[in-house]
Design a protein around this ligand. Structure first.
Ligand code: DON
Length: 615
């Protein structure tokens, strides 16, 4: 349920329209580099007059534009992208995973609808709370990350087909045509894409090793990668989407799982359901923030961060990534992540104080605990009393991980789609279903394997995220749409036009997803960076525990020194660390200039093969 205190009513919007848009947004069109303490030269954002698609892989972006040009709306294009990424970005694009799609579409003159399609994976019926523990009660290393037992029941096919059916304009077959073509005819691999297919995770499983690695005769840059089995699976889905859950595909998945010790059964697949949820709604500087509700933690943590920061005038403290700004933003991250740790899980299984967490009064109380100049050690943090119920007692730790993908679409009617979906780790469980040609997720790892034990990311969560049959693991994925104020004509018959979408954004990156989205939003709305500059700016992340401020390798050293002097422990990620190669995330954003309606696309340059494509 959206936090009622934050819903922008027509009357409130009337007041908001009297306030001019933040001056910083004017910088979007000017594309002037701000005086920031880092030197990254960003190309100008890609401009389009009608529609735009931004994804991590250029063929997928082109697939979306192709559908838009054939008369599809933003949802058709997003469905086309979702299926295309399953072909051209097997690292995270998928049929065997799950995700979220936030849509805002026009349903009539001056009418919009916002929906949040939750097609997150579900734990199979045979899953148990202790399934990844050995006889001594210790976590079995890797058991929830790699192999046949690591997968939840996939939701992507159901999610994309449901969204297409209810909100698209074209047919499913039309929207899937580019993906089928890319799988059948192949696509040309760049050097980075070919290198990614060397993954040890794929090499461990025979079907994956055969399809993605030609059993050791690895693909090279410039090779055309064809996937005939995946093409056949896609054709079957295009003809009859129910086949994946109740037909031959379902029977093949179940037989494959049974033969290899996996848990997913035909009954699990038949029982899978998309959840059509209300997005969370908040506000920041007069803009409406539409974002992800549970089972993602992303939206509520983002709203808490923004609510806390609403009390500061960030641009007066310095430019983007200056020590003062980073200090207050980090303190907001720390506090919001403490609440994430204690309360969140699947809303269909546990109750959570979402409304209280999103309340501005609660944020104001948190703000009072922030020292103007010094870091608050996480161990000393005390939640303001009188707002939230006591958290569940047993603390637990999930593993969060390193691959996922986000894409953004805006069409010529101003319909917007923000979608993040995932296999979890790169190439998911590493397991490709024999005869069907797609990888299965390792999303079970997002659950709590064992209460109290620290995970690779050091994230702490409550028992609300324990494994249970049919439950969805807590996510950090944060697809978000920022909407401008409603335009209201005063008078006795008050008439309002819905606000125009301003920004469509999201990122992969496990827990860093939330801080990446927050950083992008602040860079754009507070600091006047354009979408490309915001995507390129060096990232910083704090998640309460461990009490470490992580910064990307391009983060300015003099700012690091000043933050250390203010009491922060800082980890500056290093290129040489293969698990943390100095960068994280992948912002794929669209900004719609409120004055000219020109679309500005920013593709994250941390990935070499993506594209902002428009017309
Ligand atoms: O749902 C989640 O939060 C994780 N499964 C996402 C993993 C992820 O973003 C890794 N990407 N870099």
């Amino acid at each position: 349920m959206p936090p009622s205190t934050h819903i922008l009513t027509c009357a409130l919007a009337l007041a908001v329209t009297a306030v001019s848009l933040p001056a910083q947004t004017a910088a979007q069109s000017a594309a002037q580099p701000a005086a920031n303490p880092y030197t990254i030269v960003s190309p100008p954002p890609v401009r389009a007059e009608h529609a735009m698609v931004v994804t991590v892989q250029h063929d997928a972006s082109d697939a979306g534009v192709e559908i838009l040009k054939h008369g599809g709306n933003a949802v058709d294009a997003a469905v086309a992208v979702g299926f295309a990424l399953a072909v051209v970005y097997p690292f995270a694009g998928n049929l065997g995973g799950g995700g979220f799609m936030l849509i805002r579409t026009h349903t009539g003159p001056n009418q919009v609808q916002t929906r949040f399609l939750d097609y997150r994976e579900m734990a199979p019926a045979a899953a148990t709370a202790n399934m990844y523990l050995d006889a001594q009660g210790n976590v079995i290393p890797g058991a929830s990350i790699s192999g046949y037992k690591a997968s939840g029941v996939p939701g992507t096919v159901a999610g994309l087909c449901y969204t297409q059916k209810h909100f698209g304009k074209l047919s499913l077959a039309a929207d899937m045509a580019p993906a089928i073509r890319l799988a059948t005819d192949g696509f040309v691999l760049s050097a980075d894409e070919a290198r990614a297919l060397h993954s040890a995770n794929l090499g461990r499983f025979p079907v994956s090793a055969e399809i993605f690695q030609r059993n050791g005769n690895f693909y090279q840059a410039g090779d055309t990668f064809k996937q005939p089995l995946l093409a056949a699976t896609l054709r079957t889905i295009a003809r009859d989407p129910a086949d994946f859950y109740k037909g031959d595909i379902a029977r093949q998945i179940a037989a494959f799982e049974q033969a290899n010790g996996g848990l997913i059964t035909a009954a699990d697949l038949a029982a899978y359901q998309v959840k059509d949820r209300e997005p969370l709604t908040g506000s920041y500087h007069g803009y409406t923030i539409l974002t992800a509700p549970p089972p993602s933690s992303g939206g509520i943590v983002l709203l808490e961060i923004l609510n806390i920061l609403s009390g500061y005038n960030l641009p007066t403290l310095g430019a983007d990534r200056t020590p003062k700004q980073v200090h207050f933003i980090t303190e907001a991250f720390r506090r919001a992540f403490m609440d994430r740790a204690d309360y969140l899980g699947d809303p269909d299984f546990v109750s959570m104080p979402i409304q209280q967490m999103a309340s501005p009064a609660y944020a104001a109380a948190w703000r009072k605990t922030i020292d103007d100049t010094r870091a608050t050690p996480s161990k000393d943090l005390v939640r303001p009393a009188g707002f939230l119920p006591p958290p569940p007692t047993a603390s637990a730790t999930p593993h969060e991980s390193t691959q996922t993908t986000h894409f953004s679409v805006v069409d010529s009617e101003g319909n917007a789609v923000s979608s993040t979906y995932t296999l979890n780790f790169g190439f998911g469980s590493g397991v490709t279903v024999a005869g069907l040609g797609f990888l299965l997720n390792d999303e079970m790892d997002d659950f709590t394997s064992k209460p109290g034990a620290p995970n690779g990311f050091g994230l702490i969560q409550s028992a609300n995220n324990a494994i249970a049959p049919g439950k969805r693991p807590l996510s950090a994925m944060t697809p978000t749409i920022v909407v401008g104020p409603e335009a209201c004509r005063p008078g006795p018959d008050l008439q309002c036009k819905p606000g125009k979408p301003l920004l469509v954004l999201g990122s992969p990156g496990g827990p860093t997803i939330i801080t990446t989205v927050a950083n992008d939003l602040i860079s754009i709305l507070d600091n006047g960076l354009n979408v490309q500059q915001a995507a390129d700016a060096p990232r910083f992340h704090h998640q309460y525990l461990p009490d470490v401020l992580q910064v990307e390798k391009a983060f300015p050293l003099d700012v690091v020194d000043k933050l250390k002097a203010a009491g922060y422990t800082i980890k500056r990620n290093d290129e040489a660390d293969e698990h943390n190669p100095g960068v994280w995330g992948d912002s794929e954003m669209i900004y719609i200039d409120p004055k000219t309606n020109t679309l500005l696309g920013g593709h994250d340059q941390r990935h070499s093969f993506g594209k902002a494509a428009g017309y």
